[in-house]
Design a protein around this ligand. Structure first.
Ligand SMILES: NC(=O)c1ccc[n+]([C@@H]2O[C@H](COP(=O)([O-])OP(=O)(O)OC[C@H]3O[C@@H](n4cnc5c(N)ncnc54)[C@H](OP(=O)(O)O)[C@@H]3O)[C@@H](O)[C@H]2O)c1
Length: 232
C-alpha cells in the first residue's frame, strides 16, 4: 500500500513509518522537520500542517508523482495542559489549527487521491486520546479537539462511503513520547489504573489495530473510534 502519515519526525508517526516500511509498504510522511535515521525508501515532506498552502502543495506533489494513495493516517497532533480559565484563545487556536483544521484539510485533499487507490478498501485513520474519553482536567482544548476528530470520523465516513473510502479513529491511552514527557508519573499511573488492561500501552499494542483498520480485513468498518486498553 502507499500510505501517507502526518507527524513522522518523532513518536508514534516515526515508529509507524519504520514498522510499515518493514512490512513492504511505501510510506510518505510529513512534519516540520525530518526525523533522524529514517528508513530507506521513506519519502518526507517538510511541511507545517497549519499552513494550508503548504499542505495543498504537498498533496499536489504527491498527485503528480503517484496519482493516488491507499491510506492517510492523520497522526500529527499537539497537546496543551492548563486550566481552562487560565488559558488564552490564541494557544487554543494554535492547537485547533493542527489537531482539527489540518486534519480536515488533509482529509479533503486525501479523498481526491484515495479515489484512485489500488487497494480494495482505501481509508483514513485519525488518532484520538483517552484525554477525550476521560474528559481529563486541564486538557479541555486537547480533549475537545479530539472530540471534533471523532465526530469528523463519523460524519465524513458517511460522505465518502459512496466513494468506497472508510474513515476510522484509534483512541490511545498514554504512550511514552515527546507529547507525554511533561505528564507526571503518578498521573500516567492513575490513567493506567482506569484501563481494564492495567499496564502501559506499548508501540506493539498499536500496530495491530493500525494494520487492521488500514487493511481490507476491516473493509466493513467505518465511522468507528476504537479505544485501546479497555477504557469503555
Ligand atoms: N503520546 C501519547 O500518550 C498519546 C496518547 C493519545 C493520543 N496521542 C496522539 O497520537 C498522535 C501522535 O502523538 P505523539 O505522542 O507521537 O506526539 P509527538 O511525539 O509529539 O509527535 C508529533 C509529531 O507531529 C509533528 N508536528 C507537530 N506540529 C506539526 C505541524 N504544525 N506540522 C507538521 N507536523 C507537526 C512533529 O514533528 P515536527 O515538530 O518536526 O513538526 C512530530 O513528528 C497525536 O495525534 C496525539 O494527540 C498520543
Amino acid at each position: 500500500m502507499l500510505i501517507l502519515i502526518t507527524g513522522t519526525r518523532t513518536g508514534l508517526g516515526k515508529m509507524l513509518v519504520k514498522y510499515l516500511i518493514e512490512r513492504g509498504h511505501t510510506v510518505i510522511g510529513c512534519s516540520r522537520r525530518e526525523g533522524m535515521r529514517m528508513p530507506s525508501g521513506y519519502i518526507h515532506f517538510n511541511v507545517d500542517l497549519t499552513h494550508s498552502e503548504s499542505v495543498t502543495a504537498m498533496f499536489h506533489k504527491i498527485r503528480k508523482s503517484y496519482g493516488y494513495i491507499d491510506a492517510l493516517v492523520n497522526n500529527a497532533g499537539v497537546s496543551i495542559m492548563e486550566p481552562f480559565l487560565l488559558s488564552d484563545l490564541d494557544s487554543t487556536k494554535r492547537l485547533y489549527n493542527l489537531n482539527v483544521f489540518s486534519v480536515m484539510q488533509c482529509c479533503r485533499e486525501a479523498v481526491k487521491l484515495l479515489k484512485n487507490s489500488r487497494s480494495g478498501s482505501p481509508s483514513i485513520l485519525n488518532i484520538s486520546s483517552v484525554a477525550r474519553f476521560f474528559s481529563l482536567e486541564g486538557h479541555l482544548a486537547y480533549a475537545t479537539s479530539k472530540a471534533a476528530v471523532e465526530q469528523l470520523t463519523r460524519s465524513l465516513s458517511r460522505e465518502v462511503a459512496p466513494l468506497n473510502i472508510r474513515v476510522n479513529t484509534l483512541g490511545l491511552p498514554p504512550l511514552r513520547t515527546a507529547l507525554t514527557r511533561t505528564l507526571k508519573k503518578e498521573k500516567i499511573e492513575a490513567l493506567i489504573a482506569r484501563q481494564a488492561i492495567k499496564r502501559p500501552c506499548e508501540f506493539l499494542d498499536i500496530v495491530g489495530p493500525v494494520e487492521f483498520l488500514l487493511s481490507d480485513a476491516s473493509s466493513f468498518v467505518s465511522g468507528e473510534t476504537l479505544y485501546l486498553g479497555g477504557v469503555r
